[in-house]
Design a binder for this molecule. Structure first.
Ligand code: CTP
Length: 423
């Protein structure tokens, strides 16, 4: 049905060796193969091995149905109520096994367009159909455990060679089917240093506003992927250039200061820090927040502004209250850092557990913006506080065995301190 015959590279014609594939993934593939099923390594794993990069994980494609997979492995769990995937568990490791699927025909689709994506995830098909339903050619390469060969139905090998992101089929059609693909195109381009095929560029320009129709949960997840892969700055900048940023982030405007800060955040991640959602969220909004804070004097007003910025975003993306709260604390901490030391409530502020994290963010900010109060000033204050409070926080037991009395007596009716709760 689709295109010409596949290109097949035999073992001697490609560099992928079984020693590069996870042991448990191999176990799963061998067992499927021995039981007479097809077992392919699929998706990003094949792409990354061919690029000599370390894959994040290995996914297996098979013609066995989820129930057949389950029967083969005692340690197999079917996940997803509507979208059935097999997870084969080995201790903490999970090997994901998906049955080959195909793009559904127009007439097969359910009436409600919101159900199309999930429906399409559940129609089983042939390996070739499975390749053609994927997003980009470089993501649709297969490694067959039966022959150790690579199977390319879609021209992915040529595109890997040319370092190019190309959609499978017409970009407009594929982006209209699933607008998240546009964001993924920018993401893979930034992650791999690949160019976007001109047709894909045109497609994104034409379809950019449609990103607003994608499920917020999926956008939120892809957004965190950008941070995890250290490409938040280039991808969000590119999204802005394609007119996709505002529809992507519910009206968020971006701007040079934000991209510069995000670039620092990406470098922080590259140095080995795992990005937390609250930190990412605060870094997205820090530039507009601090700009808006120029005329603001009190914590109360700053809190109000932080809420104005964070609430619509968090509501749209269903971000939990706790994460929003932490993001807001980070913003408020930066407000306090910029106001400088010597303000009311400083003692409690410097002792608060979130303050060092806030200082990390402020430190990144100071690298991209000229601030009168440098992060080092606060670094010193925090260090001094730590040294002076270390013995006090862990007082040695008194000779009487009783805890020393607190100076000033007991403070009644006060909640646990928060840098937000005092000005
Ligand atoms: N895929 C797709 N369309 C999507 C999401 C995923 O076609 N919207 C397919 C692609 O073939 C992709 C595979 O599913 O390679 C796995 O998706 P994902 O894990 O998101 O990305 P990877 O390509 O594996 O990249 P990485 O894990 O390195 O992020």
């Amino acid at each position: 049905m689709h295109g010409p015959d596949p290109i097949i590279l035999s073992r001697s014609e490609h560099p992928i060796s079984r020693s590069q594939i996870g042991e448990n993934t191999l176990k799963v593939m061998y067992r499927l193969h021995r039981q007479g099923f097809k077992a392919f390594l699929v998706g990003g794993g094949v792409r990354d091995l061919l690029l000599d990069r370390t894959p994040k994980d290995f996914d297996v494609g098979t013609n066995a149905t989820p129930n057949q997979v389950k029967k083969l492995f005692r340690n197999c769990f079917l996940v997803g109520r509507r979208f059935r995937l097999a997870h084969v568990r080995f201790g903490g490791e999970v090997v994901e096994v998906a049955t080959f699927r195909r793009q559904p025909e127009e007439g097969e689709l359910p009436e409600d367009p919101n159900d199309h994506f999930l429906f399409a995830e559940n129609v089983f098909g042939t390996p070739q159909e499975d390749a053609f339903r994927r997003d980009f050619t470089i993501n649709a390469l297969f490694y067959d455990i039966a022959s150790f060969s690579i199977i390319d139905y879609v021209g992915g090998l040529k595109d890997l060679e040319a370092r190019r992101i190309r959609t499978i089929g017409e970009p407009e059609v594929r982006f209209a089917e699933d607008p998240v693909r546009m964001l993924r195109a920018l993401e893979f381009s930034a992650r791999l240093g690949f160019t976007l095929d001109p047709a894909a560029q045109e497609g994104i320009l034409g379809c950019a506003p449609q990103i607003a129709t994608a499920a917020p949960a999926r956008i939120r997840e892809e957004l965190m992927e950008l941070f995890r892969h250290k490409v938040a700055a280039p991808v969000l900048r590119a999204a802005a250039e394609y007119g996709m940023l505002a529809p992507l982030l519910a009206g968020f405007e971006g701007g040079e200061a934000t991209y510069a800060l995000l670039s620092e955040v990406d470098q922080r991640t590259a140095s080995g820090v795992v990005p937390e959602e609250a930190f990412c969220l605060a870094s997205l909004f820090l530039a507009p927040f601090l700009t808006g804070c120029r005329e603001i004097k009190t914590i109360g007003e700053a809190l109000h502004l932080a809420n104005e910025l964070l609430t619509p975003h968090c509501a749209y993306f269903h971000i939990a209250h706790g994460i929003r709260h932490l993001a807001r604390e980070l913003l408020i901490a930066c407000f306090r850092f910029r106001r400088g030391p010597g303000q009311r409530g400083q003692r409690r502020f410097v002792r608060h557990p979130m303050t060092p994290r806030g200082l990390e963010l402020y430190n990144l900010w100071c690298r991209v913006a000229e601030e009168v109060v440098p992060a080092e000033t606060w670094q010193q204050i925090l260090c001094e506080q730590e040294q002076s409070s270390a013995p006090a926080d862990n007082p040695p037991p008194s000779s009487s065995g009783r805890r020393p009395r607190r100076r000033g007596g007991r403070r009644r009716g006060r909640r646990r301190s928060s840098p937000e709760s005092s000005s």
